[in-house]
Design a protein around this ligand. Structure first.
Ligand SMILES: N[C@@H](CCC(=O)N[C@@H](CS)C(=O)NCC(=O)O)C(=O)O
Length: 208
């Protein structure tokens, strides 16, 4: 049985969306972050940093949302959510997939951590919000959102006409940005996220 360790609506949703797109049976194991369940010895044995998501299958346990999504997609080539290994399209797929966690997530999180994140949930607890870092997160996001918008002004999806795993990964960053009010200045991204939201698997993972 596949187990998803999650606490919606955080980056575990990315994995949940992939599980739903791929029609993989799984059990959800909630890790109550506000209650500190991520710090129990049992959960730290699964993820030593005490963050979600993590995934346990009959064959392996792993963490890192983007890596998990890429792995699951590779396990299900029949679903055609990734171009062939070694193809030129695969280069673009890797590029945008990693861009989601290496460029978009940090910008969005910098903004969140310095605006909306409850101070008791900061590391260490009580750390005050820093308006300069909030502004930096916002401008970092804008530079990256511009890049993604340019791609999506010519195509429906990150790789062209077909939905792929790169859309799950970039799409989740858009979800985060939407909830932080960062996406409003990027109508192409808003329309893209709305397109993704219409997918039944997205609705099952994130709610209607
Ligand atoms: N790079 C990791 C980031 C995971 C992460 O930071 N998760 C956050 C929620 S989005 C978390 O579990 N935070 C728990 C905490 O801060 O105590 C991934 O993408 O899986």
């Amino acid at each position: 049985m596949t187990i998803l360790y999650e606490w919606p609506p955080v980056r575990s949703q990315r994995v949940k969306w992939a599980l739903e797109e791929l029609e993989i049976g799984y059990r959800s194991q909630l890790v109550n972050l506000p209650e500190g369940e991520q710090n129990t010895a049992d959960y730290r044995a699964i993820h030593p940093l005490g963050v979600v998501p993590a995934l346990r299958t009959d064959a392996y346990t792993m963490f890192e949302s983007v890596a998990i999504v890429l792995q699951l997609i590779d396990e299900h080539p029949e679903k055609k959510l990734a171009p062939a290994v070694g193809s030129p399209q695969r280069a673009t797929y890797y590029q945008w997939s990693v861009f989601a966690c290496a460029e978009l997530d940090p910008a969005v999180m910098m903004y969140f951590n310095n605006t909306m994140r409850p101070r008791e949930a900061m590391h260490p607890p009580g750390t005050p919000h820093d308006p300069k870092l909030a502004a930096l997160g916002k401008s970092d996001f804008a530079a990256r959102a511009d890049m993604v918008s340019k791609v999506l002004s010519e195509k429906d999806y990150m790789l062209g006409t077909e939905f792929s795993g790169a859309d799950i990964l970039i799409g989740h960053s858009c979800f985060m940005a939407t909830h932080m009010g960062l996406i409003n200045d990027f109508p192409v991204l808003e329309a893209y996220y709305e397109r993704l939201h219409q997918r039944p698997a997205h609705k099952r993972a994130y709610g209607a």
